[in-house]
Design a protein around this ligand. Structure first.
Ligand code: ADP
Ligand code: MG
Length: 730
C-alpha cells in the first residue's frame, strides 16, 4: 500500500464538545478596544481629542496618548493579555508582529505592567529583512511602526496566552510607506477631498466627509491535513504543481450552494465566532463552485477597517482549519481544471450623513448626482485599466487572469441593462421611448426613474455594478486588499475632480446647472464607451472585440506591473499624494522580485517531486511491466504458453510508453534546472519574462506527462494524494 493510501484511514472529523451557542450581540467585538470601551476608560477631554484626531487629523498630545495607552493596557491586562505588539502589513502581503511584554521594573526593582504613550504611538521593529524595494539602504535599515488610531486595537488569543495587537502603519526613517496600509489611508484622504468637492457643487453644504466602503468576499479551499502533509507542492507553493484531474470535477454543479458538510460547518462556526469576538462582521458563508471550495463574506465597512479585518479573517481561517485537522488554501489556483479563488472587492462611496453615493436615490437631483458619480467611475476605469490590472498582478493570480481556463485579463465595466439604456439615452439626448411613469422630468430633458434592485448580474465581468456598489472581481484570494482599494480610490478621486471641474466650466458659461451636469455626463459616457461590456467576458468573441477597441489584455504579471513605472501613472499618484515616485517604483521592484521567487520555489519543488517521488514510482511500475513481459515471453517459449501476438505487442507498447513518459519527465526537468541557472544571470525584469515565456510552459509540459503517468502507474506505487481524494473525500 502506498503512503497515500494509508492516509485514507486517518481521515476523520475531529471530536468536538457540544456547546450552547451564545447570542452574537452579547459578545460581538469583546476582544476589541473600540471607541465605546475607550470612552468609558478615559477622560472626556482626551476622548474628544481622540475623535477630532480621527475625523480631522489633528494629533493628540503625548499626555493624552499616555492616558489612552494606560487605558488600553488596563483593559488588555484585565482580559489576561501579557504581551503587546504593533501589528502591521509589510510588503510581503501578510501581517507582521513583534511582541513585547508589558513588564518593566519599578523603582524598587519589582516587576510591574507598564505601557506608555510613546510605545503606543511609535515602535521600531528591527525590520531590516522586510522587502523595501531599495527604499532603505542597509545603513538606514530602520523601519518604524506608527499607531493607526482609525483601526481599533484587538486581542489575539492562543491556548496559553493573549496578546494585545495595535494596528500600525510601517514607514522608513524618511517617512516613506514600507507597507500596504499607509497608501490606502492616503488614498482615502484624497478621495474624501474630491468627493466632498463634488457634493458641494451639488449643493450639499453640510457634508463633512466621504469615504470608501468595502466588503471583500473571500473564497478558499479546505482539504484534510493528512493529504496536505503529503503534498510538497501545497506545503511549499500553496498549489498543486502536478495532479491528474479527477473524473468528476465541478461539471455536475452539485457543490455550489450545496449542503455544507458537518466538518466544514463546524469550521465555519468557529471562524465566525472568533471573528465576531474581534468585531469582524462575517455575514455570509456558503459552498462555492469547485469541490471543497467555500466563501465567507462580511458586512461592508470603511475600507481601511475592512482591509484589516480581511487580513485578520484570513489568519483566523488558517489557524482554525488546523484545529479541525484541515488546511485552508488561500492560493488563487490550488487545483488545475476547476475554479480558482478570488476575492470579490465590493466597493462604494459613503458620506458622513449615511448616504451611499452610488445609490440612485429618490429625487431627480439625486439621480443626476448618482449619474455624475457613475460617470466618474466609468472614466476612471477607462483611463486607468492598466493600474487596476497592476493592482492584482501576482504569480498566483496569473493562473486566474488570462490563463487557459480563466477569464481574460481585460478590464471592462458591466452596468446592467437598465443603466445601459439610460446612458445610451443620455448620450443620444433621446427623451422618448420610455413610458410616462418611468420618467422623471428634470425640466431639461428627462431621466428615467431607476430601481436599484433591478440590476442584473453578470458573473463574468471584472468590474460590475451590482446595485449601490461596484464589484472588482479580479482580486486574488490571497491578496491584501489595501493596494487594489488604494488604486480604485485614487483613480476615482481624479475622475471626481475632473467631473467637478467640467461642471464648473460648463456652468460658468451661464448654462443651467442640471443641463450642464447632463452635458458633462453625456460627454464622458460617449468618450468612455469602449470600457463598457455587457456580454460574456469569458468568450473568444470578447477577446477579439476588446482588441478591436484597443483595450489592454495583459496576461503576464511582469508586463502588468510595468504600469507602475509609467510617467503619467507616477504623476497621478504623486498628485494625489498616495505614492511618491520612489514608493511606486519600489513596489514595482518588490512585486517583480516576489513573482520570480514564487516561480523559483515552484520550479525547485516540482524538480524535487519529479526526481524523488514521481520518477521512482514510475520505475517501480516499469519494473513490474518489464518483469511481467519477461516472464510471459519466457513462458511462451518454455511452456508453450499461448499468447496472441497483439496481446504481447500491447504489453510491449505499454512498457515503451511508460519508459518514454519517464524519459520526457526527466528530460524536461533537467531543462528546467538549466533554465533556472540561465535566469540567475539576468535582471529581475528579464528573469520574470523568461519565467513567464519559458519556465511556465516547461512546467506545464512536465505536468502533462506526470499527470498521464499518474493515470497508469499502479495505485499502490503512487504516493502523492490524488485530486479525487483531496477534493472528494471529506
Ligand atoms: P454576491 O455574492 O451576490 O456578490 P454577497 O452578499 O455574497 O453578494 O456579497 C456582497 C458583498 O458586498 C458583501 O460583503 C456586502 O457587505 C458588500 N456590500 C454591500 N453593499 C456595499 C457597499 N455599499 N459598499 C461596499 N460593499 C458593499
Ligand atoms: Mg460577489
Amino acid at each position: 500500500m502506498s503512503i497515500r493510501q494509508k492516509v485514507l484511514f486517518k481521515i476523520k472529523n475531529v471530536k468536538l464538545d457540544k456547546i450552547e451557542p451564545k447570542k452574537v450581540s452579547t459578545y460581538f467585538g469583546e476582544n476589541t478596544f473600540n471607541t465605546d470601551v475607550m470612552q468609558k476608560l478615559i477622560s472626556k477631554n482626551t476622548f474628544e481629542a481622540f475623535k477630532t484626531w480621527i475625523s480631522e487629523g489633528k494629533t493628540i498630545s503625548l499626555a493624552q496618548a499616555n492616558e489612552i495607552a494606560n487605558a488600553m493596557k488596563e483593559w488588555a491586562t484585565a482580559k489576561g493579555a501579557t504581551y503587546y505588539t504593533h501589528w502591521f502589513q509589510p510588503m510581503t502581503g501578510l501581517t507582521a508582529e513583534k511582541h513585547d511584554s508589558f513588564i518593566s521594573f519599578s523603582g524598587s526593582g519589582k516587576v510591574i505592567e507598564k505601557f506608555s504613550g510613546n510605545k503606543l504611538i511609535q515602535g521600531e521593529p528591527d525590520a531590516s529583512s522586510f522587502p523595501s524595494g531599495g527604499i532603505r539602504a542597509t545603513f538606514e535599515a530602520r523601519g518604524y511602526t506608527a499607531w493607526d488610531p482609525s483601526s481599533p486595537a484587538f486581542i489575539i488569543e492562543s491556548k496559553l496566552g493573549k496578546t494585545l495587537c495595535i494596528p500600525t502603519i510601517f514607514i522608513s526613517y524618511h517617512g516613506e510607506a514600507l507597507d500596504k496600509k499607509l497608501p490606502l489611508l492616503r488614498s482615502d484622504e484624497s478621495l474624501n477631498k474630491a468627493a466632498v468637492g463634488l457634493l458641494r457643487i451639488f449643493g450639499h453644504r453640510d457634508v463633512k466627509k466621504v469615504f470608501s466602503t468595502c466588503g471583500p468576499e473571500q473564497e478558499y479551499f479546505l482539504i484534510d491535513k493528512n493529504y496536505y502533509n503529503l503534498r510538497q507542492d501545497l506545503i511549499m507553493a500553496g498549489r498543486t504543481l502536478v495532479g491528474a484531474p479527477s473524473p468528476k470535477g465541478q461539471q455536475l454543479e452539485d457543490q455550489y450552494f450545496g449542503t455544507i458538510k458537518e466538518r466544514v460547518l463546524n469550521f465555519m462556526f468557529e471562524v465566525a465566532q472568533e471573528a465576531y469576538r474581534l468585531g469582524i462582521p462575517v455575514m455570509t458563508r456558503h459552498n462555492e463552485v469547485a469541490p471543497h471550495q467555500y466563501e465567507f463574506a462580511p458586512i461592508f465597512e470603511e475600507s481601511n477597517i475592512a482591509a484589516d479585518h480581511n487580513q485578520l479573517l484570513m489568519e483566523l481561517m488558517k489557524k482554525t482549519a488546523l484545529r479541525h485537522d484541515m488546511v485552508c488554501l488561500l492560493h488563487e489556483k490550488p487545483f488545475a481544471g476547476i475554479n480558482g479563488s478570488g476575492k470579490h472587492l465590493n466597493w462604494s462611496l459613503a458620506d458622513d450623513r449615511g448616504n451611499n453615493l452610488l445609490n440612485p436615490g429618490q429625487t431627480p437631483e439625486d439621480n443626476l448626482q448618482f449619474l455624475a458619480v457613475l460617470s466618474a467611475v466609468l472614466r476612471a476605469v477607462y483611463l486607468h485599466a492598466d493600474l487596476l490590472r497592476a493592482s492584482v498582478a501576482l504569480a498566483g493570480n496569473e493562473h486566474r487572469l488570462g490563463a487557459n481556463e480563466a477569464p481574460p485579463a481585460i478590464i471592462s465595466v458591466f452596468l446592467g441593462e437598465q443603466l445601459t439604456d439610460i446612458l445610451n439615452m443620455i448620450e443620444k439626448g433621446v427623451k422618448s421611448k420610455i413610458s410616462k411613469a418611468d420618467i422623471m422630468d428634470l425640466g431639461i430633458g428627462r431621466l428615467p426613474k431607476f430601481n436599484k434592485d433591478s440590476t442584473d448580474r453578470n458573473r463574468t465581468s471584472p468590474f460590475a455594478f451590482t446595485g449601490e456598489k461596484f464589484e472588482f472581481r479580479a482580486v486574488g484570494s490571497s491578496q491584501n486588499i489595501s493596494t487594489p482599494i488604494a488604486v480604485i480610490n485614487t483613480i476615482i478621486a481624479e475622475s471626481l475632480d475632473y467631473v467637478s471641474e467640467q461642471i464648473k466650466k460648463t456652468t460658468s458659461t451661464g448654462k443651467d446647472f442640471n443641463a450642464s451636469v447632463l452635458l458633462v455626463i453625456s460627454k464622458i459616457v460617449r468618450e468612455t464607451k469602449d470600457i463598457r461590456f455587457e456580454g460574456n467576458n469569458y468568450s473568444e468573441e470578447w477577446k477579439k472585440e476588446a482588441n478591436k477597441r484597443g483595450l489592454p489584455n495583459v496576461a503576464a504579471t511582469y508586463e502588468a506591473l510595468e504600469a507602475l513605472t509609467k510617467k503619467e501613472n507616477i504623476d497621478l499618484f504623486e498628485r494625489y499624494k498616495v505614492f511618491s515616485k520612489e514608493e511606486l517604483v519600489a513596489r514595482y521592484h518588490i512585486w517583480i522580485h516576489m513573482y520570480n521567487l514564487t516561480l523559483e520555489i515552484e520550479a525547485n519543488t516540482l524538480n524535487e517531486m519529479v526526481n524523488a517521488s514521481i520518477v521512482p514510482a514510475g520505475y517501480e511500475y516499469e519494473k513490474l511491466l518489464a518483469a511481467t513481459l519477461d516472464e510471459l515471453v519466457r513462458l511462451k517459449k518454455s511452456a508453450k504458453l499461448k499468447i496472441e501476438e497483439p496481446a504481447l505487442r500491447d504489453k510491449k507498447e505499454h512498457l515503451s510508453e511508460v519508459v518514454s513518459k519517464i524519459y520526457y519527465v526527466r528530460r524536461n526537468a533537467s531543462e528546467m534546472v538549466k533554465l533556472l541557472e540561465k535566469a540567475r544571470k539576468v535582471s529581475d525584469h528579464k528573469r520574470a519574462e523568461l519565467y513567464f515565456k519559458e519556465l511556465k510552459p516547461l512546467m506545464d509540459h512536465i505536468r502533462k506527462h506526470v499527470d498521464q503517468l499518474e493515470c497508469v502507474v499502479s495505485d499502490d506505487a503512487w504516493d502523492l494524494p490524488k485530486y479525487r481524494e483531496m477534493l472528494f473525500i471529506k
